[in-house]
Ligand binder design. Structure first.
Ligand SMILES: Nc1ncnc2c1ncn2[C@@H]1O[C@H](COP(=O)(O)OP(=O)(O)O)[C@@H](O)[C@H]1O
Ligand SMILES: [Mg+2]
Length: 563
């Protein structure tokens, strides 16, 4: 019995005959080619014994790993007639003859085998890994890692596309637990099974609220990145912030059933953009508008489009007209995109948040009544028609903003309740909303199809997250324009925290009257300028004429730009 040959170097002796010339590359190559078919690549000539006609080739072994190390291995000489196909038989008989040892290398051509003492864990891992790789256990070497995982050698037959699925299963089910993962180095022919916790989410991730925020600068790409939450990491990776990159696309859509976290997510978006000095508008139904009371005082004049459907339309129309004005200004400056304007001379972001678009868009049913119907019925009918007229104006303005006002610094954020068959958003609008998020831990397949452009590319919420109520709150998946879809959990803060933060940053506060569309503006939008009262009141000045946070850089920039 001899100890295993020197670790890490493999040598083979080849009968090459006495005509072999070690200094002739053609001779050496011929032998190497033959060796490669049986033993693989990587050998080089180490010596030649002319008296015996034997050449010795060696290679640095990357298959002999720790399971051969130390005094726990022995080299066994095999009988002359041992064949490659005798492996199984040999493995059994050696294990019998040497209790506690396993055959870890089988090389009938060299008439040797190596047997090693392996722990039960390594035996189990070796069986599972070799099975996943479709090789015999002695064709791979397996060693325990200090972290409880395993390192192993990869056979030349390893193909990621063919074997990775099975290896993953070995890691997360057969020898490890969910969360354990596999790393392979195809060139180094090594792999590892690494223990890790399953990535999940904490109950809450607090929205970052830095003490200082630079005013929005359209030449600074970082300013376009809205921190919206935390992405679910790949195994072994750390949680990272999920940013909505408004540079990749201006407009976003968030779908989800009631209570899935749409408003919470939108709040993070509103707070960040207000903190950067954006002009903000909120359009919502009166019934749901309480959700946004917290930011009402920070809105741009006329930006509170929540008190009636007429106000919703009036706010949307104000944005549309401001967009058209900006378009003309851009043209005069000889540019097509506001991002190309020089630093310090640009448009402030003008942001429109439409929550619960489904409810805002749903048309009233108009009662059918006879010509001579009583006054009361006529009034009901007219009311429904007036509501629907306002809804049409609103839809038209939103559609126009989404489709045509991308390059003037206007940003749309639209949330919709998502019903089983529709999102409330028609295809024309949908295609203009670049970022698509679906909130809720248990979306139906159909909901995913409705919201995402390529739902198969968007990861599912993993079962362990879905079933954990604390982790699952506020979870969703996002298909962002220009970035990889991820599972994420949105940031959370109370609305009081957001409000205090914005005040501490000096974001301008306004009265209810200032942020509500004026009667005159509403009348103008609805073509009713013959109203006797208030008809001469000026429309709310377009948001661009309002300074941003008092004394802020944005305000100064704005003053400088004002034409
Ligand atoms: N990201 C989150 N982190 C923690 N809790 C959340 C999160 N998102 C939502 N929630 C919880 O779920 C509730 C419902 O969320 P909300 O945004 O109002 O849903 P939606 O607007 O879709 O109806 C919130 O009041 C909050 O308690
Ligand atoms: Mg809501």
């Amino acid at each position: 019995m001899t100890k295993a040959a020197s670790m890490g170097i493999e040598r083979i002796r080849v009968n090459v005959g006495s005509k072999f010339r070690p200094d002739k590359p053609a001779h050496v190559d011929k032998v190497l080619t033959k060796i490669a078919t049986e033993h693989g690549e990587g050998f080089e000539l180490d010596g030649y014994e002319p008296s015996e006609g034997v050449a010795i080739f060696k290679r640095e072994s990357n298959t002999l790993v720790a399971s051969h190390a130390g005094n726990d291995s022995m080299e066994i000489r095999l009988p002359q007639d041992t064949k490659q196909s005798d492996g199984k038989k040999r493995a059994v008989s050696l294990a019998d003859t040497y209790p506690g040892y396993q055959m870890t290398t089988f090389e009938p051509h060299r008439r040797r085998a190596i047997i090693s003492k392996l722990t039960d864990e390594v035996i189990r891992a070796r069986d599972a890994i070799s099975n996943a790789l479709s090789v015999d256990p002695w064709n791979i070497q397996v060693a325990e890692r200090t972290d409880g995982g395993f390192d192993f050698s990869l056979p030349p037959t390893y193909r990621p596309s063919k074997h990775d699925g099975a290896l993953e299963e070995v890691a997360s089910v057969i020898i490890g637990e969910p969360g354990w993962y596999v790393e392979t180095d195809t060139h180094g022919r090594r792999g590892s099974i690494i223990p890790a916790e399953l990535a999940t989410f904490d109950a809450v991730y607090k929205t970052p609220m830095p003490k200082k925020m630079e005013s929005f600068d359209h030449t600074n790409k970082d300013h376009f990145k809205v921190p919206m939450g935390v992405a679910l990491p790949e195994p072994g990776q750390r949680h990272q912030t999920m940013n909505l990159d408004l540079d990749a696309h201006n407009h976003s859509q968030i779908g989800g059933t009631s209570g899935s976290g749409k408003t919470v997510t939108i709040n993070a978006y509103i707070a960040y953009l207000l903190a950067r000095g954006a002009d903000m508008c909120v359009i919502d139904t009166p019934a749901k508008s309480a959700d946004f009371m917290w930011c009402k005082e920070f809105l741009t004049p006329g930006g509170w489009g929540c008190d009636s459907i007429r106000h919703s339309a009036a706010t949307a129309e104000m944005v549309r007209q401001e967009g058209q004005r900006r378009g003309k200004e851009l043209k005069r400056a000889g540019e097509v995109n506001f991002k190309d304007l020089p630093k310090g001379k640009g448009f402030k972001p003008l942001v429109v948040v439409v929550d619960e678009l489904t409810a805002l868009y749903a048309m009233d049913s108009v009662p059918k009544i006879p010509k001579d119907a009583p006054q009361k019925q006529i009034e009901l009918k007219e009311k429904a028609e007036a509501t629907n007229f306002a809804k049409s104006l609103l839809k038209d303005a939103i559609k126009n903003i989404a489709a045509e006002l991308r390059f003037v610094g206007i940003f749309l954020m639209i949330s919709t309740q998502i019903a089983s068959t529709n999102t409330g958003i028609d295809t024309a609008l949908r295609t203009n909303l670049g970022h698509k998020a679906l909130l809720g831990a248990k979306p139906t397949e159909n909901n995913r199809k409705l919201v995402f452009s390529d739902h198969e590319a968007v990861p599912m919420i993993p079962p362990h997250v879905r079933e954990d109520t604390a982790a699952a709150k506020g979870v969703g998946a996002i298909e962002p324009e220009g970035a990889t879809p991820v599972v994420f959990k949105s940031f959370f803060r109370t609305t009081h925290e957001y409000r205090d933060w914005l005040i501490s940053l000096g974001v301008a506060q306004r009265t209810d009257a200032a942020v509500t569309p004026t009667p005159a503006w509403v009348a103008e939008v609805f073509g009713e300028d013959d109203l006797d009262d208030g008809a001469d009141e000026p429309a709310p000045s377009a948001p661009n004429h309002q300074p941003g946070p008092a004394g802020s850089k944005a305000a100064e920039q704005w003053d400088a730009l004002a034409l």
